[in-house]
Design a protein around this ligand. Sequence first.
Ligand code: ADP
Ligand code: ADP
Length: 230
Amino acid sequence: LPIIALENVSKSYASETKALQDVSLRILKGEFVFIVGSSGSGKSTLIKLMLKEVEPTIGKVYVNGKELTRLRRGQVPAFRRTLGIVFQDFRLLKDRTVFENVAFAQQVIGAGKHEILKKVPDILATVGLIEKAEAYPKELSGGEQQRVALARALVNRPSILLADEPTGNLDPKNSWEIMSLLEEINRNGTTVVIVTHNREIVDRMKKRVVTMKKGIVVSDEKKGGYSYEK
Ligand code: ADP
Ligand code: ADP
């Protein structure tokens, strides 16, 4: 059974832009998938549908066994907490330390002090930031900030990690570090879906690549490359 499925999904915004047209896509538990395509091809819309940030105009979206249009408003926060999300611009809380940024994700789900004191250092060790636990975001490099964001996304052990341009603000060295972490997380069983423009990474990692163009999936390759035309 797929952990994410879009069935004949079309999405039109109010402006009548057809952001997606009859897209069907299945992602199995444990897969590592890149989504590529030029700006405006529908990648963000795809991710937003998976998060139930937007609704399909036509078709169905299933995530973690749930058909998202059938989730009631009150169920949406709990649903989103089963997902880990990472953005290009990190989105850390500036007035909180690294430890507190990660702990915050645990507090939101009602984790106790004992659990937080065990899990936060564990995940900070995984991303290699244990010695920066008391630092504030502005004292960290971009790569370190993204590793904090990753730790925060992962501390509640989501079944799926969605990343929208996670290396968009990073230099090649830090980009590769983030990608190795994502690969490691995936090896441990988390399904990973990454929107990216990073050609070198996509070409070298030989993962599944879904290519979007003008709201359509134009290719979907098991060990693909970054090959869409601008
Ligand atoms: P991001 O890529 O940072 O997630 P958005 O998803 O908000 O940004 O926007 C993605 C694309 O959709 C951009 O090309 C943007 O210009 C376009 N867009 C966003 N909101 C609107 C809108 N209200 N009307 C028209 N286009 C929009
Ligand atoms: P990508 O992430 O590949 O850049 P998007 O999914 O953001 O593509 O956008 C796909 C199309 O939908 C674009 O034409 C964009 O302008 C349009 N779009 C995205 N968000 C909105 C919105 N909120 N309102 C109107 N149009 C939007």
